[in-house]
Design a protein around this ligand. Structure first.
Ligand SMILES: Nc1ncnc2c1ncn2[C@@H]1O[C@H](COP(=O)(O)OP(=O)(O)OP(=O)(O)O)[C@@H](O)[C@H]1O
Length: 379
């Protein structure tokens, strides 16, 4: 039997908000999204109240989980509600534009001069690095995964968080089908594959339902994935960001304790314009850009190895020079990268002695060097 939103609301009516009002009457709930036997919704409250609401979130999750036929519940607690606003139905969104950065810094992590000191660190994780792209489809996830493997090959303990909530592709690129387990204290155990600790929202939800996530839910869910996952000790955690430079990405860049960001672009002008936006976004929130990667830089014939500069290659290198950002390297558009990627056997893992693995390793080494300068724990 299918679960209905009304059934969920009926259960939530029995959960109390911190002021003692029923959760359903508190004006904080988003719409209830149901996908098969999985339920998602968010609770939007004012930033200063967020601590008091965490227990409510946990209670709401448990109440809905107890409905027969529900297999998974994701309740995102978001601090997106403006003071004084009455959220009657949907959580208020700042979709109208990029939020004012200076007023939205987390109060518990005031800027202390160093951009690195801005965010609370994730226990056990020495450095979090975002892999971002100004637009979709440039090969960001393929790059993130192969860079993670390149960093692993340099002896680091590496994690990968697929934060691309709009289209999580890490399950496909890694071939991971299983669902993560929970520890006794309810933390999610990342899935271990290729020697990486991997977590993706795609492990929890079906790919098609990813589009229902709104900006505030995205940020909150990712924050929870960062902190509610038992990452263990990691030298580097690579975060595969949602593509684009909109509100959700900016909020993420602000709220994830990033040591740096890597921007993936293709050589086309349009992609480069978007990459520039990405750079501006990270600069705005004082996250150092560790470098730009040009993906699908040139076409390499899988048969004869001949190279063609389909998109007029080299644009990203010039752009990086012009903008004063390191250029990390170029990855060819090659059949074996696509095939290995899409079959769940990333090229650094499946063709470790091949030319593509070498390219990713060199770029990973350069990221490692730059991180070491900023983070002595990454050795
Ligand atoms: N260098 C490359 N050579 C050939 N194919 C590639 C290369 N990089 C990525 N691809 C292929 O391009 C497609 C898109 O790649 P990927 O999913 O990594 O992109 P993305 O930027 O993360 O996409 P999205 O924005 O949708 O999340 C995949 O089929 C992937 O295998």
């Amino acid at each position: 039997m299918n679960v209905t939103p009304q059934q969920v609301l009926d259960r939530l009516a029995g959960v109390l908000s911190p002021s003692g009002v029923a959760l359903t009457a508190a004006g904080v709930l988003s719409e209830i999204a149901i996908n098969g036997d999985k339920v998602f919704f968010s609770i939007s409250v004012e930033a200063e109240e967020i601590k008091a609401w965490e227990e409510v979130r946990v209670n709401a999750q448990a109440a809905v989980r107890a409905i027969p036929g529900v297999s998974a519940v994701m309740v995102a607690l978001t601090a997106e509600r403006m003071p004084g606003s009455v959220a009657a139905g949907l959580p208020p969104r700042s979709e109208q534009g990029i939020p004012n950065v200076s007023t939205r810094r987390s109060p518990q992590h005031p800027a202390s001069g160093s951009p690195m000191a801005r965010q609370a660190d994730i226990p056990g994780v020495a450095a979090v690095v975002a892999v971002a792209s100004g637009k979709g489809g440039v090969g960001k996830s393929t790059t993130a995964l192969n860079l993670a493997l390149g960093l692993r090959d340099s002896g680091l303990r590496v994690g990968l968080l697929d934060a691309d909530i709009y289209g999580p592709s890490i399950p496909r690129l890694t071939g991971i089908r299983e669902k993560p387990q929970l520890t006794d204290d309810k933390k999610i155990v990342p899935i271990e594959r290729f020697g990486l600790a991997i977590m993706s929202v795609g492990f929890l939800i079906e790919e098609e339902s990813a589009v229902i996530w709104r900006g505030p839910m995205v940020t909150s869910a990712i924050r929870q994935m960062l902190r509610d996952v038992a990452w263990g000790r990691l030298d580097v955690l690579i975060v595969d960001m949602p593509p684009g430079t909109g509100d959700a990405q900016l909020t993420l860049a602000q709220n994830v304790p990033l040591k740096g960001a890597v921007i993936v672009s293709t050589p086309q002008d349009l992609s480069l314009i978007d990459a520039r936006r990405g750079l501006a976004m990270f600069r705005k929130v004082s996250v150092p850009v560790l470098g730009i990667i040009e993906n699908m830089s040139f076409f390499q014939c899988p048969h004869c190895g001949a190279r063609s500069d389909i998109f007029g290659h080299g644009g990203a290198r010039h752009e990086a020079e012009r903008l004063g950002v390191p250029f990390l390297g170029e990855v060819p558009l090659h059949m074996s990268i696509r095939e290995t990627s899409d079959s769940g056997h990333p090229v650094v893992e499946s063709e470790p002695d091949g030319p593509h693995a070498a390219i990713y390793r060199v770029m990973a080494a350069s990221i490692r060097d730059r991180l070491q300068d900023a983070t002595p724990e990454v050795r």
